[in-house]
Design a protein around this ligand. Structure first.
Ligand SMILES: [Zn+2]
Length: 208
């Protein structure tokens, strides 16, 4: 029978507590049942909460709504080197950002784009994978093996959607957006690979 999950002490979440935490102490302490206590969790997120406190001090409400005011959606990878808005000279309020491993056009990305185009002002979609992407330099079996080696977790029940030919996969994903019946016919879709070392976008030539 599973152990009970420790009850959450909400008072431990107070920012004051977080601010008392030294950054050097952000070591994950896992309890016997594999769950973090609320206090341990607060320690793990201490830097995040402290940074947010500073952010709030300088924050002024820009009175933005949820529209993409530059009419753009970017589908890109979750890679931490990618700063999607800055890459295209935009800021909060300008574009919708949809991210997953490998910048793949999945069913959930299509669902999100239907909302973005139907309700939130998006008329153009940039599908933007990147150089040096693990999803394009490993195959399915390799990723499963790496995770098993690192953590002992057998992940073979899911598909990571790796791309053996990144440019061909990008063309297919662009076409998947273009041909999705619930998206508007006039939607502009561009595929481009972002170079994480130069910052440059390399548009994939159109194939008619
Ligand atoms: Zn990636």
């Amino acid at each position: 029978m599973a152990e009970a999950i420790p009850s959450v002490d909400t008072s431990a979440w107070r920012l004051q507590t977080a601010c008392e935490i030294q950054k050097a102490e952000y070591r994950v302490i896992v309890s016997d049942v594999g769950q973090l206590t609320s206090h341990e969790n607060t320690r793990v997120f201490g830097d995040v909460l402290m940074a947010n406190e500073q952010f709030v001090r300088a924050f002024t409400d820009p009175h933005l709504d949820g529209f993409a005011h530059q009419n753009l959606a970017i589908v890109t990878c979750f890679d931490s080197r990618i700063d999607p808005l800055r890459i295209v000279g935009m800021a909060a309020g300008d574009a919708k950002i949809v991210r997953n491993a490998g910048a793949r056009v999945t069913d959930d990305v299509l669902r999100t784009l239907v909302l973005a185009t139907g309700l939130l002002g998006v008329t153009r979609v940039l599908v933007m994978p990147h150089t040096d992407c693990r999803m394009a330099t490993s195959d399915e079996a390799g990723i499963h093996a790496k995770i098993f080696e690192a953590s002992g977790v057998d992940t073979r029940s899911i598909e990571f959607r790796t791309a053996s030919d990144q440019r061909a996969t990008l063309r297919e994903d662009v076409q998947r957006v273009r041909s999705f019946p619930l998206l508007p016919l006039g939607l502009s879709v561009l595929g481009a690979i972002y170079d994480v070392h130069t910052g440059q976008l390399h548009p994939e030539p159109e194939v008619d």
